[in-house]
Design a protein around this ligand. Structure first.
Ligand code: MN
Ligand code: CU
Length: 681
């Protein structure tokens, strides 16, 4: 007891200091909002300006003008890097917006110059595939179905209450048919005693809606299947946890959207397609007395979720959550103390509505210091007679978090930066399963293929995958990098040199072209390394970072299956391409109803470009095969997968030998003198 009391009083003092710091930080944040970073997300006024320019350009009244995407048209990388190297003093490159607008059923790509208030270009896209679905049209398609007389008759036939029915829009994919319209399948669910609509599908009924016409073009009612019961599906808690917001200091500084924490500097932005984006991540090297670049940009480029159910209402459910629904559009407000800890700082984000106006989503990203009770490194030395040496450094890290709730599923995305130079990226899966209603109430009754396990009475959880592709433009200590596969090979010991018969050694292969760097992990031991071949450590190793995969997951669908053709980026766990500003989305820019003729596999396989000593980008897929189980019902506890980007001969030695200032004094921001100049506070 005595211990805990004294600990408590020790913690109070830093908190008070942090409160004072937080006020200073707030004031400085207000002052610095006028200065842009070239990679900042579009501001509300820039979004408004884009809306006005686009509306004027298509000279309203164009009844049929709909915005599907508005975001920053990224400046040229060379301009951003030259701005960065001028210590942010150079004038920033001109601000541009990229908008995807449907006008009279045609897809227009419009680039706007915000600096001189003009339209730079307007290009009609005539290829396969369609842009992101916007919220309003998904809602309208549902409402259209709810008021459609044959649908109403179907609901009545099942003795269901129409006012308890909720309808949702599902993207339809592509199955070699020649579609010429933007279609969705509308599927409906039943509330009546629960908020967990996803556990109560109304099977058998589908309405096909043409989104441009906003018209039902097909309607089917195939079979009456019992709706799973409401009982046991609710996941709400009755007790309301009090929101005791104890504001402690953030532990980092924020200059506009540039975060500085410990030895890290990085830029945080939000995009309505990608969600959270991390840019210009630099780490301070106290030995060299300078910041060194690690990553130019990192974000989720696609999230492919194919379901393994071939029935008529299910076979097309092969979702691309980034390209079809927008990972950013699906990003939700985070709840203080629950989604993020009490020391978190929140950032707002903006998405655009169908008419192009900005919509504020408060607290869309949170940033916080994490004290998980982990050990950064340690050693106890008991081998010296007469003494015991113990040296331990506790781990403190910085987490940047967002949560996207794409319909039923919630994805928690964390970028965790460590003082040791590691970046750990993790994705947590939670939320609600997509389940199918069935006549069965027990496993013993099932004699046919039902495509997944039974989870509750009348409820089948469909087997499915989650493939999350990360676009990682590493710039390890500069732009020119090479990708190296370190294959660990067993060597037989020949002759009588040793009683041993084998050992392993590292066989390094530098990838010359893209085909050398397509890697399907799982067979053999391979290290995936990005080096700067123009820079060596004092002892002669190339400076580098390696990617350490988590659980290794590859595709199980046949390569000629249509969803797999569209999601062919999953064919390899790793691809490496030369940097190209236009190549951002692993499954192509127009993913809805895509044919697989755009995207990473096409760019990479057709051209097989040179990637040695060039600006390169890694595309890494984190995957999950998900066989649902009863604990996933009615709401799924978080299942997490992750990978790590870890310095490998980047520093001359362990960069965290000195005691961290965080070790004894948690979120302390006082500018102490013994931090090796790593802090610019
Ligand atoms: Mn690069
Ligand atoms: Cu899942």
């Amino acid at each position: 007891m005595k211990n805990s009391i004294s600990n408590h009083s020790e913690i109070m003092l830093p908190r008070l200091k942090n409160l004072i710091f937080f006020l200073v930080f707030l004031i400085s944040a207000v002052i610095s909002t006028s200065s842009y970073h070239p990679l900042d997300s579009l501001t509300p006024s820039e979004l408004n300006q884009t809306q006005t320019l686009v509306n004027d350009y298509f000279s309203s009244p164009h009844q049929n003008e709909r915005f599907h995407y508005v975001g920053l048209d990224e400046p040229e990388k060379s301009d951003v890097l030259s701005w960065q190297s001028s210590s942010h003093t150079q004038k920033i490159p001109s601000r541009r917006a990229f908008a995807i607008v449907r006008v009279n059923s045609k897809t227009h790509e419009v680039i706007v110059n915000l600096s001189n208030n003009s339209i730079i270009s307007d290009k009609v896209y005539n290829g396969y595939g369609y842009p992101l679905l916007n919220f309003e049209e998904q809602l309208a398609a549902g409402n259209l179905t709810l008021s459609y007389p044959p649908f109403i008759a179907s609901i009545q036939r099942r003795n269901l209450k129409l006012e308890e029915v909720v309808c949702l829009s599902f993207t339809v994919g592509w199955y070699a048919e020649r579609k010429s319209s933007r279609l969705v399948e509308v599927m409906c669910y039943y509330l009546n005693g629960t908020v967990n609509l996803y556990m109560r599908p109304i099977e058998g009924i589908t309405a096909t809606v043409d989104l441009d016409q906003m018209k039902i073009v097909a309607f089917r009612d195939r079979a009456v299947v019992p709706v799973p019961k409401a009982e046991g599906t609710d996941y709400r808690s009755n007790s309301s946890v009090q929101d005791l917001v104890k504001q402690v200091g953030p532990g980092f500084t924020l200059d506009g959207h540039v975060v500085r924490w410990a030895n890290w500097e990085l830029h945080v932005s939000f995009d309505m397609r990608a969600g959270l984006m991390i840019s210009l991540a630099l780490i301070y090297d106290s030995e060299k007395g300078q910041y060194r670049s690690v990553m130019y940009r990192g974000f989720i480029s696609e999230l492919f979720v194919p379901y393994m159910d071939l029935t008529e209402e299910w076979y097309y459910r092969t979702f691309f959550d980034v390209g079809e629904y927008g990972f950013g559009l699906s990003t939700v407000t985070l709840e203080p103390l629950k989604d993020c800890p009490e020391n978190a700082t929140f950032m707002d984000g903006y998405i655009t509505s169908q008419d192009g106006s900005p919509v504020l989503v408060p607290n869309i990203i949170c940033i916080f210091e994490r004290y998980a009770g982990d050990i950064m490194w340690r050693h106890t030395e008991a081998g010296i007679p007469g003494q015991v040496i113990r040296e331990v450094r506790p781990e403190v890290s910085l987490v940047v978090r967002m949560v996207a709730a794409v319909g039923n599923y919630d994805y928690i995305v964390d970028w965790e930066f460590k003082e040791s130079g590691s970046i750990k990226v993790s994705v947590g899966l939670t939320g609600l399963l997509e389940v199918r209603g069935t006549i069965y109430t027990n496993k013993d009754q099932i004699r046919e293929e039902v495509y997944g396990p039974i989870l509750a009475e009348n409820t089948i959880g469909s087997n499915h995958d989650h493939f999350i592709n990360f676009n990682l433009d590493l710039d390890v200590d500069g732009v020119a990098n090479s990708f190296i596969k370190n294959n660990l090979q067993t060597v037989r010991a020949l002759g009588n040199t040793s009683p041993r018969r084998s050992y392993w050694r590292v066989n390094s292969q530098t990838a010359k072209t893209e085909s050398d760097a397509r890697i399907l992990l799982g067979s053999g031991a391979t290290e995936l390394l990005v080096v700067n071949p123009n820079k060596k450590t004092k002892v002669g190793n190339f400076v580098g970072y390696r990617l350490i995969p988590g659980v290794i997951t590859g595709p199980l669908l046949s390569s000629d299956d249509y969803p797999q053709i569209r999601g062919a980026f999953t064919k390899y766990n790793m691809w490496v391409t030369p940097y190209n500003k236009a190549e951002k989305w692993a499954a192509g820019l127009y993913t809805d109803q895509s044919h697989g003729d755009d995207g990473l596999p096409v760019w990479s396989s057709l051209r097989n470009r040179k990637i040695e000593n060039k600006d390169i980008v890694l595309w890494y897929t984190l995957g999950f095969h998900h066989v649902p189980c009863q604990e996933d019902f009615p709401v799924m506890p978080t299942l997490t997968g992750s990978f790590e980007l870890r310095p490998t001969n980047f520093f001359e030695h362990n960069p965290v030998l000195k005691p961290s200032q965080y070790a004894t004094d948690p979120p302390n921001l006082s500018a102490s003198g013994d931090n090796s100049g790593a802090f610019t506070r």
